[in-house]
Write a protein that binds this ligand. Structure first.
Ligand code: B4P
Length: 186
């Protein structure tokens, strides 16, 4: 299966993708984690990505698409993949469609995690990552509304979008995620 997690900053994409990875035993591709990894490794690309992330901006499409393409070619992604935080723009979604078509791998499901903004802000401030300060958080919400929210329509039109109320504990949310995935069939 190939599944995309969509949702605003702090909605729990990473939290739920980790649980679903263990449930389905397929590859978990988190662009946020990969970009932070590049930053920690001290590469030039990583330093550039960190500047965007810490100011709440999206990292440029060409950087993100490059790292996703490399990862998707790894053998462990051939049986299935969870895309966590990717795509985040329509251009990234179109590129993902092309990459999957080349590999003859259709996208099965897009799970949109829905949480009210005040709750999201609370979660992010409690986490305290370098990009979890008030200024970066409000920029991340701006970018989400402008660049990522149009993807809801993009996938809704294809009939593969499922909305999940992602309030409640991580375990409660995961029950809903699992229900949506089981309904598609594993
Ligand atoms: P990401 O790493 O994708 O992170 P996120 O959107 O902030 O959070 P996520 O929704 O995964 O929430 P999480 O489970 O961690 O992105 C970070 C940055 O990387 C972006 O701003 C951007 O700059 C860059 N980036 C990444 N992908 C990109 C792309 N494709 N294109 C361009 N740029 C890209 O949960 C958040 C917190 O809430 C955690 O502390 C968690 O423990 C807690 N939590 C989760 N679920 C909870 C629940 N049900 N109840 C209570 N707390 C919960």
């Amino acid at each position: 299966m190939r599944i995309v997690f969509l949702g605003p900053p702090g909605a729990g994409k990473g939290t739920q993708a980790q649980r679903l990875k263990d449930y389905l035993n397929i590859c978990h591709l988190s662009t946020g984690e990969m970009l932070r990894g590049a930053g920690e490794a001290g590469t030039e690309l990583g330093a550039e990505a960190e500047r965007y992330m810490n100011s709440g901006k999206l990292v440029p499409d060409e950087v993100v698409v490059g790292i996703v393409g490399d990862r998707l070619s790894d053998k462990d992604c051939s049986l299935g993949c969870l895309f966590d935080g990717f795509p985040r723009t329509v251009q990234q979604a179109e590129t993902l469609d092309r990459m999957l078509a080349q590999r003859k791998m259709p996208l099965d499901l897009v799970l949109a995690l829905d949480v009210p903004e005040p709750k999201l802000i609370e979660r992010l401030l409690a986490r305290g990552r370098p990009d979890d300060n008030r200024e970066a958080i409000s920029e991340r919400f701006r970018q989400y509304g402008r660049m990522t929210q149009p993807l809801m329509d993009y996938y809704h039109q294809r009939g593969i979008l499922r909305q999940i109320d992602a309030q409640g504990t991580p375990d409660e949310v995961f029950e809903k995620v699992r229900g949506a995935v089981d309904a598609v069939g594993t």
